[in-house]
Design a protein around this ligand. Structure first.
Ligand code: ADP
Ligand code: MG
Length: 710
């Protein structure tokens, strides 16, 4: 795409019609219209069936297989009334995306066809899944994977141009019951956290209640015009730009964040929200993000399993609606080098009955529980930061962790000043008092005032307490939340379990003292993970090293945490993974990383050779002939400048040639690190050439165009 094409794109964008404001009046929202939710269950199922299904959904009672036929029938009627002709089991394979295989309801019957959907169709599916990554779990002789209905995530309808499909959320397992997906371990981890929490609450003499793990996933993304996207083979193939010099103006002005949203983008956002609301996804906030052309969508938090599914749908809807609007939604963690990357902040908490356990309470009893849970989270993060890192490791996120405005690869916990003060006093063994200097103890004999309005002004922490929840900011924008949630649930379950064991043995008369001792010793042992300062600073890196906190060491090393014997033991103890499952995951994720790096290397090489070298050569040729003319005219003026330019271009050509040869060799050898080094080398020279070669001749849309013209 040379300038004539690039400028055509710019002209086309400038000429796009912009709709005027919407007419006044109510709009039809249709929230949850395309979800087989409680309302539909009650309306479409016989009463006893509805009751049983709702008990499973709300109280996690085992599903009664007897009701499957009835549920299937009601669901089919509901779906057909809404235009569905097909159904699919919808699941989360290890690729990190979603998978579906559609079957029509249609079944020939004599000369006619009838619409059928049996209980078995609902409960199990057998997708021909031999090509999903399984890390050797499915040997070819048993190359079958089963999908099984997850009734706790409601079925929904997905619409496309001329039809609709009933989607049934499912888990995906091997013939022998091993998890081949991201949902199975997530559900197991929720169970583990639920069990541990119940044990803890029993030790605190609380009546039995349901445990709910909650997640609110803030989704960051970029939008660029589709014309630019299609002219960038790197974006099309890898989701990120492998070349491109940062523009003179980008986020230094910080004028984009929370700025007024442009019309074209707002139109897109409204369409996205309408679709999400129909799917019962509570999209709540929308705003510009830090980088130009970067935006965020945040839903209200929900049950973690549902929120994970919903986030997968959010990503899909963002992509589809962008496409309809002549835009492309980039979900890669680092589409543009040197520019803010995209994350997916995972706001996480868990509740016992109606009580959020990470909410500092009004009464002393709840505060004792709150401080116990808080201490458990701190301990869990300190002990298992390797697993948290493994959960967010990946080729894309690798560029983000530790880069512009992203949390560093060193895990730490931010508590905020007030809470930190309380933790410090707890650790010193002094009477705990709030910043309002009210003496408080964590026991039940006095009335503590814990800060409820602990606002989080620290945006640099990877794991921040934000008033009534923790916000895990390291997950990448393209990643499923399932992995991060699964690790968090499991590591916290493990510590809660340990605490519950100890607390249940406390002597009745000495409960408060013993609890204070338990918390104090644990805070002392794990306070190194608490950091309330600037996580982006060099001082913190040094300080963290002094504290013995390890920075994540790249994707493959990071993933190795999954197969460390102590971690295998942890996951096995809580029935989240077997050793075999962990080994298979390690294999799948490492392969995925290697494949992605290899693709990047190949595309970078092709672009360098077939687009950049020709452009630089053309400029060289023109410059050389200009210099020849100058020389033949025997004029001194201009010859020095032309000579310098010719040298610069010539050196550029030599540089790209040399680095490309290194890249070719690295690709032959198959070493990811060598591929990355050589790609960076090619890029460095190419980006320099971008600023020298005539703008009209540069083959790739530039950062200043992609990020600012839309
Ligand atoms: P901010 O925008 O400052 O990060 P918000 O209060 O807007 O904070 O919350 C961000 C996200 O946290 C939202 O998705 C919100 O629904 C979610 N959230 C709030 N409370 C909880 C909770 N108890 N558990 C999980 N997520 C929560
Ligand atoms: Mg946030």
């Amino acid at each position: 795409m040379n300038m004539s094409n690039r400028s055509k794109t710019v002209t086309a964008i400038a000429a796009r019609p912009i709709d005027g404001p919407a007419p006044a009046g109510n709009i039809e929202i249709g929230y949850g219209d395309d979800v087989f939710n409680t309302d539909s269950i009650i309306r479409y199922l016989p009463k006893p069936t509805a009751q049983k299904l709702l008990a499973t959904i709300n109280n996690r009672e085992p599903i009664d297989a007897e009701i499957a036929a009835d549920v299937a029938h009601g669901m089919k009627t509901w779906a057909i009334e809404r235009g569905a002709t097909h159904f699919t089991h919808w699941f989360l394979p290890l690729t990190g995306s979603t998978a579906e295989k559609h079957d029509s309801f249609l079944e020939p019957s004599g000369d006619k066809a009838i619409m059928t959907f049996s209980g078995k169709n609902l409960i199990v599916g057998e997708p021909d899944a031999s090509s999903f990554p399984s890390g050797g779990l499915r040997c070819t002789f048993e190359a079958r994977g089963y999908t099984a209905w997850d009734p706790t995530s409601p079925a929904f309808i997905k619409r496309h141009a001329n039809g609709a499909t009933l989607c049934i959320p499912t888990v995906f397992c091997s013939y022998t019951g091993e998890a081949l997906d991201k949902k199975t371990p997530l559900l197991r981890s929720i169970q583990a956290l639920s069990n541990a929490t119940k044990r803890l609450m029993k030790a605190f003499k609380q009546a039995d209640a349901k445990v709910t793990v909650t997640l609110g996933a803030e989704q960051e993304y970029f939008l660029i015009d589709k014309h630019f996207y299609l002219s960038r083979p790197d974006l099309v193939q890898t989701g990120r730009t492998l070349f491109g010099a940062p523009p003179p103006k980008h986020q230094q002005l910080e004028d984009h964040y929370f700025g007024s949203i442009r019309q074209r983008i707002l139109k897109f956002m409204v369409e996205v929200e309408r679709e999400l609301w129909k799917l019962g996804i509570p999209a709540k906030t929308r705003h510009n993000e830090v980088a130009p052309a970067q935006f965020e969508l945040a839903p209200m938090f929900e049950d973690a399993n549902l929120a994970v599914d919903h986030n997968m749908l959010v990503m899909e809807v963002l992509r589809q609606v962008a496409e309809r609007n002549g835009l492309v939604c980039l979900l890669h963690e680092k589409p543009f080098a040197g520019v803010n990357g995209s994350g997916k902040h995972n706001n996480w908490s868990f509740a016992y009955g109606k009580t959020n356990l990470l909410d500092p309470g009004n009464d002393p009893h709840q505060n004792a529980i709150f401080l116990t849970v808080l201490t458990a989270v701190i301990k869990a993060v300190d002990m298992h930061s390797d697993l948290l890192y493994a959960a967010v490791a990946g080729a894309g996120n690798n560029h983000r962790l530790g880069a512009n405005e992203a949390p560093p690869a060193i895990m730490s916990v931010y508590l905020g000043d007030q809470l930190n003060g309380i933790i410090t006093q707890l650790q010193n063994g002094s009477q705990v008092s709030s910043s309002r200097a009210l003496p408080i103890r964590i026991g039940v004999d006095t009335l503590p005032q814990l800060p409820r309005d602990a606002t989080d002004r620290n945006r640099t922490s990877p794991f921040a307490f934000t008033g009534n929840k923790f916000e895990f900011r390291a997950p990448g924008s393209s990643q499923s939340c399932a992995g991060a949630m699964m690790v968090l649930n499991t590591i916290v379950a493990d510590v809660l379990d340990e605490f519950a064991g100890k607390i249940s043995k406390f002597k009745a008369g000495a409960f408060n003292n013993e609890l204070q001792k338990l918390l104090k010793s644990n805070i002392n042992a794990h306070k190194r993970i608490i950091f309330n300062g600037d996580n982006y600073s060099a001082e913190w890196r040094e300080e963290a090293a002094r504290r013995g906190l390890q920075a994540g060491a790249g994707t493959i090393e990071g993933l190795r945490a999954l197969i460390k014997p102590e971690n295998v033991a942890l996951f096995e103890k809580h029935c989240v993974f077997t050793k075999k499952e962990l080994e298979s995951r390690f294999e799948v994720f490492v392969e995925e990383y290697q494949r992605k790096i290899r693709i990047e290397g190949e595309i970078a090489l092709e672009i360098a050779k077939s687009m950049i070298i020709p452009a630089v050569t053309a400029q060289y040729t023109k410059t050389a002939s200009a210099l020849q003319s100058a020389n033949s005219l025997k004029t001194a003026a201009g010859t020095a400048a032309l000579t310098n330019l010719l040298n610069e271009l010539g050196n550029g050509l030599d540089g790209i040639e040399k680095c490309s040869a290194e890249l070719e060799e690295a690709l032959r050898m198959g070493s990811c690190d060598a591929i990355i080094t050589a790609m960076n080398c090619v890029r460095e020279v190419a980006d320099r050439m971008e600023k020298v070669v005539a703008d009209s001749e540069w083959p790739l849309p530039k950062y200043r165009e992609m990020l600012f013209i839309y």
